[in-house]
Design a protein around this ligand. Structure first.
Ligand code: SAM
Ligand code: SF4
Length: 326
């Protein structure tokens, strides 16, 4: 079992497969970064898999593949199959913007993927275009339908932004309910890479938009999930709210993150990271395992988006979401 320096059980590994993306979301990567990591710095699937085995053998039971946009990585289905064949009962999920899903959903399902989170920030073509800075909506909607058709579990992620898509919170909730899938509203997390002009919404503001139409009941956090669940009393639908600005968000944190270049990151907020690149490139399992232990030992207690942090509201992280995978 993997335990961090604060006694929390860590059983969830998120792997960012690439920092590259085919969208330019205003809250994540509004402009193409000055330079991409050269492709040769990326860990190959064989190298990533070596670490995946170390993590699974240590006690990781859930793996999420993310990015950047993970569907841009060639032969993704082969990597999914490698993990699935090693541990078929692993909870293997992927987070994607959905744009390329119509072409690959079936392949991913057949390789062993069980679940997907698809980002959907608007149901209005022009608003979706404004946020992603590309005409994306028709493909994303097709991607959602294709994922459902091939039998993948689907959840929707929405990041509400003031004056941009805040009037669509209920529309997206109703859309998800009608499709029989769960939506999770994610508070915008302030970071240095996002467009300076955007303003996120606090969880309580998101909830009050929903309360204009529905009566909601708080259900609580689902185990170690960062998502706090709510029930709509009128129709029994459950949705989630990911609210890192809330003080109890980090209490049960069970995750570590691996970037495409092999940096093992203990917390989305902080700069700390150790590289496993050299270890996995030389096939040194003992070293990779030692680095994992070190990262766990130094995992911070909590992020600094927390409202109660030194009385300060909404500090900004230097970490790019497209590098850490969100
Ligand atoms: N490209 C994929 C996608 O958009 O789903 C996967 C990577 S993306 C970094 C993972 C998740 O992080 C997405 O749901 C996205 O909406 C969310 N995200 C990105 N930047 C964020 C921010 N500043 N605050 C909150 N969520 C953010
Ligand atoms: Fe790309 Fe996802 Fe970031 Fe949007 S949120 S720019 S789709 S990595």
């Amino acid at each position: 079992m993997l335990i961090d320096g604060h006694g929390r059980k860590v059983d969830y590994l998120r792997i960012s497969l690439t920092e590259r993306c085919n969208f330019r979301c205003q809250y994540c990567m509004p402009e193409k970064p000055f330079s991409w990591q050269p492709k040769e710095n990326l860990l190959s699937f064989d190298e990533l898999f070596l670490f995946v085995k170390v993590a699974i053998d240590g006690g990781v039971t859930k793996i999420r593949l993310t990015g950047g946009e993970p569907l841009l990585r060639e032969d993704l289905d082969k990597f999914i199959k490698m993990i699935y064949d090693y541990k078929p009962d692993i909870d293997l999920a992927l987070t994607t913007n959905g744009f390329l899903l119509p072409q690959v959903a079936l392949q991913l399902k057949e390789a062993g993927l069980s679940r997907l989170n698809i980002s959907l920030d608007s149901l209005d073509e022009s608003v979706a275009h404004k946020i992603a800075q590309k005409a994306v909506l028709p493909n994303v909607l097709k991607g959602i339908d294709m994922a459902l058709k091939v039998g993948l579990g689907v959840k929707i992620n929405m990041v509400p932004l003031k004056g941009i898509n805040d009037n669509e919170i209920v529309d997206i909730l109703d859309f998800a309910r009608e499709k029989g899938i769960k939506v999770r509203f994610i508070e915008y997390m302030e970071n240095h890479h996002a467009d300076k002009n955007i303003e996120g919404m606090h969880g309580r503001e998101i909830l009050s938009k929903i309360k204009e139409k529905y009566t909601i009941k708080a259900l609580g956090r689902e185990g170690a999930s960062p998502s706090f669940n709510y029930l709509i009393e009128e129709n029994g639908y459950e949705f989630g709210l990911i609210d890192p600005h809330k003080h109890d968000f980090c209490e049960n944190c069970n995750r570590i993150r691996l970037t495409a270049e092999g940096f093992l990151i203990p917390c989305l907020y902080f700069d700390e990271a150790l590289s496993i690149s050299k270890a996995v490139k030389s096939g040194d399992i003992a070293k990779a395992s030692e680095i994992l232990g070190e990262v766990l030992k130094n995992k911070p207690k909590e992020n600094r988006w927390n409202d109660e942090n030194n009385g300060k509201m909404h500090e900004s992280s230097t970490r790019a979401f497209y590098v850490t995978g969100g």
